[in-house]
Design a protein around this ligand. Structure first.
Ligand code: ADP
Ligand code: ZN
Length: 328
Protein backbone atom coordinates (compact mmCIF):
# COMPACT_ATOMS: atom_id res chain seq x y z
CA UNK A 1 0.00 0.00 0.00
CA UNK A 2 2.02 2.91 -1.31
CA UNK A 3 0.97 6.42 -0.32
CA UNK A 4 -1.19 5.11 2.55
CA UNK A 5 -1.11 6.81 5.98
CA UNK A 6 1.10 4.60 8.12
CA UNK A 7 -1.21 4.46 11.15
CA UNK A 8 -3.79 2.58 9.08
CA UNK A 9 -1.92 -0.63 9.93
CA UNK A 10 -4.15 -0.71 13.01
CA UNK A 11 -7.19 -1.42 10.82
CA UNK A 12 -5.48 -4.49 9.35
CA UNK A 13 -4.59 -6.45 12.45
CA UNK A 14 -6.31 -8.29 15.31
CA UNK A 15 -6.72 -6.61 18.71
CA UNK A 16 -4.80 -9.20 20.70
CA UNK A 17 -1.80 -11.42 20.23
CA UNK A 18 -0.04 -8.64 18.31
CA UNK A 19 3.42 -7.24 18.89
CA UNK A 20 5.30 -4.38 17.25
CA UNK A 21 9.00 -4.70 16.44
CA UNK A 22 10.81 -1.43 15.79
CA UNK A 23 14.13 0.34 16.39
CA UNK A 24 14.99 3.07 18.89
CA UNK A 25 14.91 5.89 16.33
CA UNK A 26 11.49 5.01 14.98
CA UNK A 27 10.15 4.52 18.50
CA UNK A 28 11.36 7.99 19.49
CA UNK A 29 9.85 9.74 16.46
CA UNK A 30 6.66 7.75 15.85
CA UNK A 31 6.09 5.65 18.99
CA UNK A 32 3.33 7.84 20.40
CA UNK A 33 1.04 6.76 17.55
CA UNK A 34 1.76 3.03 17.80
CA UNK A 35 -1.42 2.32 19.78
CA UNK A 36 -1.67 -0.02 22.73
CA UNK A 37 0.39 -2.91 21.41
CA UNK A 38 3.46 -4.24 23.20
CA UNK A 39 6.65 -2.99 21.54
CA UNK A 40 9.96 -4.82 21.15
CA UNK A 41 12.78 -2.42 20.33
CA UNK A 42 16.12 -3.18 18.71
CA UNK A 43 19.21 -1.02 18.29
CA UNK A 44 19.23 0.74 14.90
CA UNK A 45 21.62 -0.47 12.23
CA UNK A 46 22.85 -3.48 10.33
CA UNK A 47 24.69 -4.85 13.41
CA UNK A 48 21.34 -5.87 14.89
CA UNK A 49 20.76 -8.31 12.03
CA UNK A 50 22.09 -11.41 13.78
CA UNK A 51 20.84 -14.55 15.49
CA UNK A 52 21.54 -13.22 18.99
CA UNK A 53 18.92 -10.54 18.44
CA UNK A 54 16.48 -13.15 17.05
CA UNK A 55 17.15 -15.27 20.13
CA UNK A 56 16.51 -12.36 22.46
CA UNK A 57 13.30 -11.35 20.64
CA UNK A 58 12.07 -14.95 20.76
CA UNK A 59 12.32 -14.88 24.53
CA UNK A 60 10.35 -11.68 24.65
CA UNK A 61 7.61 -13.08 22.37
CA UNK A 62 7.31 -16.08 24.67
CA UNK A 63 7.04 -13.99 27.79
CA UNK A 64 4.35 -11.88 26.13
CA UNK A 65 2.43 -15.10 25.47
CA UNK A 66 2.38 -14.66 21.68
CA UNK A 67 1.10 -17.96 20.28
CA UNK A 68 0.58 -19.54 16.86
CA UNK A 69 -2.22 -17.11 16.07
CA UNK A 70 0.11 -14.19 16.80
CA UNK A 71 0.96 -11.30 14.54
CA UNK A 72 4.18 -9.29 14.27
CA UNK A 73 4.21 -5.75 12.86
CA UNK A 74 7.66 -4.52 11.84
CA UNK A 75 7.77 -0.71 11.83
CA UNK A 76 11.07 0.55 10.47
CA UNK A 77 13.60 0.40 7.67
CA UNK A 78 15.19 -2.58 5.98
CA UNK A 79 16.83 -3.82 9.16
CA UNK A 80 13.58 -3.95 11.12
CA UNK A 81 11.71 -5.52 8.17
CA UNK A 82 14.40 -8.18 7.74
CA UNK A 83 14.51 -9.04 11.42
CA UNK A 84 10.78 -9.00 12.06
CA UNK A 85 10.01 -10.94 8.87
CA UNK A 86 12.57 -13.59 9.74
CA UNK A 87 11.46 -13.79 13.36
CA UNK A 88 7.81 -14.20 12.31
CA UNK A 89 8.80 -16.84 9.75
CA UNK A 90 10.50 -19.09 12.29
CA UNK A 91 8.69 -18.36 15.56
CA UNK A 92 6.47 -21.40 16.21
CA UNK A 93 7.20 -22.43 12.60
CA UNK A 94 5.70 -19.23 11.30
CA UNK A 95 3.18 -16.61 12.38
CA UNK A 96 1.63 -13.77 10.39
CA UNK A 97 3.43 -10.49 9.92
CA UNK A 98 3.14 -7.11 8.20
CA UNK A 99 5.40 -4.12 7.63
CA UNK A 100 5.21 -0.38 7.96
CA UNK A 101 8.22 0.44 5.83
CA UNK A 102 9.77 3.71 6.95
CA UNK A 103 13.00 4.23 4.99
CA UNK A 104 13.34 4.94 1.27
CA UNK A 105 15.58 1.90 0.88
CA UNK A 106 13.01 -0.41 2.39
CA UNK A 107 10.10 1.23 0.53
CA UNK A 108 11.75 0.71 -2.87
CA UNK A 109 13.46 -2.56 -2.10
CA UNK A 110 13.76 -4.38 1.21
CA UNK A 111 10.12 -4.58 2.26
CA UNK A 112 8.90 -6.20 -0.97
CA UNK A 113 9.93 -9.47 -2.54
CA UNK A 114 9.55 -11.77 0.46
CA UNK A 115 13.19 -12.20 1.44
CA UNK A 116 13.84 -12.02 5.18
CA UNK A 117 17.03 -12.78 6.99
CA UNK A 118 19.97 -11.98 9.18
CA UNK A 119 23.74 -11.86 8.74
CA UNK A 120 26.49 -14.14 9.96
CA UNK A 121 29.40 -11.84 10.75
CA UNK A 122 30.03 -9.85 7.59
CA UNK A 123 28.29 -12.42 5.37
CA UNK A 124 25.02 -10.70 4.57
CA UNK A 125 21.58 -12.31 4.68
CA UNK A 126 23.01 -15.80 4.83
CA UNK A 127 20.40 -17.09 7.28
CA UNK A 128 16.92 -16.41 6.04
CA UNK A 129 13.61 -17.35 4.48
CA UNK A 130 11.41 -16.56 1.52
CA UNK A 131 8.09 -15.60 3.06
CA UNK A 132 5.60 -12.87 2.20
CA UNK A 133 4.10 -10.42 4.71
CA UNK A 134 0.31 -9.96 4.90
CA UNK A 135 0.75 -6.30 3.98
CA UNK A 136 3.37 -3.60 3.46
CA UNK A 137 2.50 0.05 4.06
CA UNK A 138 4.81 2.67 2.54
CA UNK A 139 3.95 6.18 3.72
CA UNK A 140 6.09 8.80 1.94
CA UNK A 141 5.42 11.39 4.67
CA UNK A 142 7.62 9.30 6.95
CA UNK A 143 10.58 9.87 4.63
CA UNK A 144 10.70 13.52 5.76
CA UNK A 145 12.39 12.51 9.02
CA UNK A 146 14.93 10.18 7.38
CA UNK A 147 18.59 11.30 7.75
CA UNK A 148 20.08 12.63 4.50
CA UNK A 149 22.53 9.77 3.91
CA UNK A 150 19.82 7.17 4.43
CA UNK A 151 17.62 8.99 1.95
CA UNK A 152 20.35 9.14 -0.69
CA UNK A 153 21.13 5.50 -0.05
CA UNK A 154 17.55 4.59 -0.98
CA UNK A 155 17.82 6.64 -4.17
CA UNK A 156 20.69 4.38 -5.27
CA UNK A 157 18.35 1.37 -5.23
CA UNK A 158 15.68 3.35 -7.07
CA UNK A 159 18.20 4.28 -9.77
CA UNK A 160 19.27 0.62 -9.93
CA UNK A 161 15.65 -0.41 -10.50
CA UNK A 162 15.29 2.02 -13.38
CA UNK A 163 18.48 0.97 -15.10
CA UNK A 164 17.74 -2.74 -14.90
CA UNK A 165 14.05 -2.60 -15.71
CA UNK A 166 12.42 0.70 -16.70
CA UNK A 167 13.97 3.40 -18.88
CA UNK A 168 10.89 5.57 -18.21
CA UNK A 169 11.73 5.59 -14.49
CA UNK A 170 15.29 6.72 -15.26
CA UNK A 171 13.88 9.58 -17.30
CA UNK A 172 11.41 10.52 -14.56
CA UNK A 173 14.27 10.67 -12.05
CA UNK A 174 16.43 12.76 -14.42
CA UNK A 175 13.57 15.20 -14.92
CA UNK A 176 12.93 15.68 -11.20
CA UNK A 177 16.30 16.01 -9.46
CA UNK A 178 15.39 18.97 -7.24
CA UNK A 179 11.86 17.81 -6.32
CA UNK A 180 13.36 14.44 -5.38
CA UNK A 181 15.95 16.15 -3.17
CA UNK A 182 13.09 18.15 -1.65
CA UNK A 183 11.30 14.84 -0.92
CA UNK A 184 8.03 15.91 -2.56
CA UNK A 185 5.52 13.43 -1.27
CA UNK A 186 3.33 12.82 -4.32
CA UNK A 187 6.31 12.57 -6.66
CA UNK A 188 7.92 10.03 -4.32
CA UNK A 189 4.68 8.04 -4.21
CA UNK A 190 4.80 7.84 -7.99
CA UNK A 191 8.50 6.94 -8.22
CA UNK A 192 8.29 4.34 -5.45
CA UNK A 193 5.22 2.77 -7.06
CA UNK A 194 7.16 2.42 -10.30
CA UNK A 195 10.16 0.95 -8.48
CA UNK A 196 8.03 -1.60 -6.67
CA UNK A 197 6.28 -2.53 -9.94
CA UNK A 198 9.64 -3.30 -11.55
CA UNK A 199 10.63 -5.41 -8.60
CA UNK A 200 7.24 -7.15 -8.43
CA UNK A 201 7.28 -8.07 -12.11
CA UNK A 202 10.75 -9.58 -11.75
CA UNK A 203 9.96 -11.40 -8.49
CA UNK A 204 6.62 -12.71 -9.82
CA UNK A 205 8.52 -14.53 -12.54
CA UNK A 206 11.14 -15.97 -10.21
CA UNK A 207 10.30 -15.70 -6.52
CA UNK A 208 13.05 -18.09 -5.40
CA UNK A 209 15.82 -16.47 -7.45
CA UNK A 210 16.60 -19.32 -9.79
CA UNK A 211 17.22 -17.00 -12.73
CA UNK A 212 15.89 -13.60 -13.71
CA UNK A 213 15.50 -12.31 -10.12
CA UNK A 214 19.28 -12.21 -9.97
CA UNK A 215 19.30 -9.03 -12.05
CA UNK A 216 18.10 -7.20 -8.92
CA UNK A 217 21.64 -7.82 -7.67
CA UNK A 218 23.08 -5.40 -10.22
CA UNK A 219 25.89 -3.51 -8.48
CA UNK A 220 25.76 -5.80 -5.46
CA UNK A 221 28.68 -8.19 -6.16
CA UNK A 222 31.30 -5.48 -5.75
CA UNK A 223 28.89 -3.37 -3.68
CA UNK A 224 28.71 -5.99 -0.94
CA UNK A 225 32.49 -6.33 -0.92
CA UNK A 226 32.83 -2.56 -0.53
CA UNK A 227 30.13 -2.42 2.13
CA UNK A 228 31.72 -5.25 4.13
CA UNK A 229 35.25 -3.87 3.97
CA UNK A 230 34.67 -0.12 4.24
CA UNK A 231 31.45 0.10 6.24
CA UNK A 232 29.96 2.40 3.62
CA UNK A 233 26.17 2.69 3.82
CA UNK A 234 24.44 0.07 1.60
CA UNK A 235 23.19 2.45 -1.11
CA UNK A 236 26.55 4.21 -1.43
CA UNK A 237 28.31 0.85 -1.68
CA UNK A 238 25.80 -0.29 -4.32
CA UNK A 239 26.36 2.96 -6.23
CA UNK A 240 30.12 2.21 -6.24
CA UNK A 241 29.32 -1.38 -7.25
CA UNK A 242 27.08 -0.21 -10.12
CA UNK A 243 29.87 2.03 -11.36
CA UNK A 244 32.22 -0.97 -11.45
CA UNK A 245 29.61 -3.31 -12.99
CA UNK A 246 28.74 -0.77 -15.69
CA UNK A 247 32.47 -0.24 -16.38
CA UNK A 248 32.93 -4.00 -16.75
CA UNK A 249 29.86 -4.22 -19.01
CA UNK A 250 31.48 -1.60 -21.27
CA UNK A 251 34.78 -3.46 -21.19
CA UNK A 252 33.01 -6.66 -22.21
CA UNK A 253 31.62 -4.83 -25.21
CA UNK A 254 28.05 -5.33 -24.02
CA UNK A 255 27.12 -1.79 -22.97
CA UNK A 256 27.38 1.48 -24.92
CA UNK A 257 29.61 4.01 -23.11
CA UNK A 258 26.81 6.62 -23.23
CA UNK A 259 24.58 4.46 -21.05
CA UNK A 260 27.30 3.99 -18.46
CA UNK A 261 27.89 7.75 -18.46
CA UNK A 262 24.17 8.36 -18.05
CA UNK A 263 24.19 6.15 -14.95
CA UNK A 264 27.30 7.83 -13.52
CA UNK A 265 25.88 11.29 -14.10
CA UNK A 266 22.73 10.45 -12.19
CA UNK A 267 24.67 8.90 -9.31
CA UNK A 268 26.86 11.99 -9.18
CA UNK A 269 23.90 14.38 -9.15
CA UNK A 270 22.76 12.73 -5.92
CA UNK A 271 26.27 12.70 -4.44
CA UNK A 272 26.24 8.92 -4.39
CA UNK A 273 29.77 8.44 -5.71
CA UNK A 274 31.95 8.99 -2.67
CA UNK A 275 35.62 8.20 -2.04
CA UNK A 276 36.43 4.89 -0.46
CA UNK A 277 39.40 2.61 -0.36
CA UNK A 278 39.47 -1.14 -0.81
CA UNK A 279 42.54 -3.17 -1.69
CA UNK A 280 42.54 -5.63 -4.56
CA UNK A 281 43.23 -8.45 -2.09
CA UNK A 282 40.11 -7.57 -0.16
CA UNK A 283 38.01 -7.53 -3.32
CA UNK A 284 39.53 -10.82 -4.36
CA UNK A 285 38.91 -12.61 -1.08
CA UNK A 286 35.31 -11.41 -1.05
CA UNK A 287 34.65 -12.50 -4.64
CA UNK A 288 36.23 -15.88 -4.00
CA UNK A 289 34.00 -16.32 -0.96
CA UNK A 290 31.02 -15.54 -3.22
CA UNK A 291 32.30 -18.12 -5.64
CA UNK A 292 32.21 -20.75 -2.91
CA UNK A 293 28.53 -20.10 -2.53
CA UNK A 294 27.75 -20.18 -6.25
CA UNK A 295 30.08 -22.88 -7.58
CA UNK A 296 32.61 -22.40 -10.33
CA UNK A 297 30.58 -20.03 -12.47
CA UNK A 298 29.35 -16.85 -10.81
CA UNK A 299 26.30 -14.91 -11.87
CA UNK A 300 27.51 -11.42 -12.57
CA UNK A 301 24.87 -8.88 -13.55
CA UNK A 302 25.77 -6.76 -16.50
CA UNK A 303 23.94 -3.77 -17.92
CA UNK A 304 23.01 -3.87 -21.61
CA UNK A 305 21.03 -0.67 -22.02
CA UNK A 306 18.98 1.81 -20.01
CA UNK A 307 16.26 -0.44 -18.60
CA UNK A 308 17.93 -3.70 -19.54
CA UNK A 309 20.23 -6.00 -17.55
CA UNK A 310 21.27 -9.62 -17.93
CA UNK A 311 22.88 -12.43 -15.99
CA UNK A 312 26.40 -13.17 -17.19
CA UNK A 313 27.95 -16.46 -16.14
CA UNK A 314 31.62 -15.95 -15.54
CA UNK A 315 34.41 -17.50 -13.50
CA UNK A 316 35.61 -15.53 -10.49
CA UNK A 317 39.09 -15.37 -12.02
CA UNK A 318 37.84 -13.78 -15.24
CA UNK A 319 35.63 -11.40 -13.35
CA UNK A 320 38.63 -10.25 -11.33
CA UNK A 321 40.60 -9.76 -14.55
CA UNK A 322 37.83 -7.52 -15.85
CA UNK A 323 37.78 -5.70 -12.53
CA UNK A 324 41.46 -4.84 -12.88
CA UNK A 325 41.21 -3.90 -16.55
CA UNK A 326 37.94 -2.01 -16.62
CA UNK A 327 37.74 1.63 -17.38
CA UNK A 328 37.27 3.67 -14.17
P1 ADP B 1 17.67 0.49 5.60
O1 ADP B 1 18.52 1.51 4.94
O2 ADP B 1 17.92 -0.90 5.13
O3 ADP B 1 16.26 0.84 5.61
P2 ADP B 1 17.73 0.75 8.52
O4 ADP B 1 16.51 -0.04 8.81
O5 ADP B 1 18.89 0.53 9.41
O6 ADP B 1 18.25 0.46 7.07
O7 ADP B 1 17.36 2.27 8.51
C1 ADP B 1 18.37 3.21 8.37
C2 ADP B 1 18.40 4.21 9.53
O8 ADP B 1 17.36 5.15 9.35
C3 ADP B 1 18.20 3.60 10.91
O9 ADP B 1 19.02 4.30 11.81
C4 ADP B 1 16.74 3.88 11.20
O10 ADP B 1 16.48 4.00 12.57
C5 ADP B 1 16.53 5.19 10.50
N1 ADP B 1 15.17 5.42 9.99
C6 ADP B 1 14.42 4.58 9.24
N2 ADP B 1 13.27 5.16 8.86
C7 ADP B 1 13.29 6.41 9.40
C8 ADP B 1 12.39 7.52 9.37
N3 ADP B 1 11.25 7.48 8.68
N4 ADP B 1 12.75 8.63 10.05
C9 ADP B 1 13.93 8.69 10.74
N5 ADP B 1 14.82 7.71 10.79
C10 ADP B 1 14.51 6.58 10.13
ZN1 ZN C 1 20.57 -3.58 -2.14
Amino acid sequence: MIGEKWTSFRKLIPEKNVVIVTDENILRIYGKDFGDYPVLTIKPGEKSKNLDVINDLTGRLLSLGIDRGGYIIGIGGGVVCDISGFLASVYMRGIRFGFVSTSLLSQVDASSGGKNGVNYGTVKNIIGTFNQPQFVICDQEMLKTLPEDEYLSGLAEMIKGGFIGDAGLVEAIENNIQPILDRETSLLTDLITRSVKIKASIVNNDEREKGIRKILNFGHTFGHAIEARTGLNHGFAVAAGMKIAAGISVKMGLLPTEVRDRLLKLLMLFNLLVDYHISFDDVKSYILKDKKKAGNLMNFIILEDTGKAAVNEITAERLLEYYIKHDW
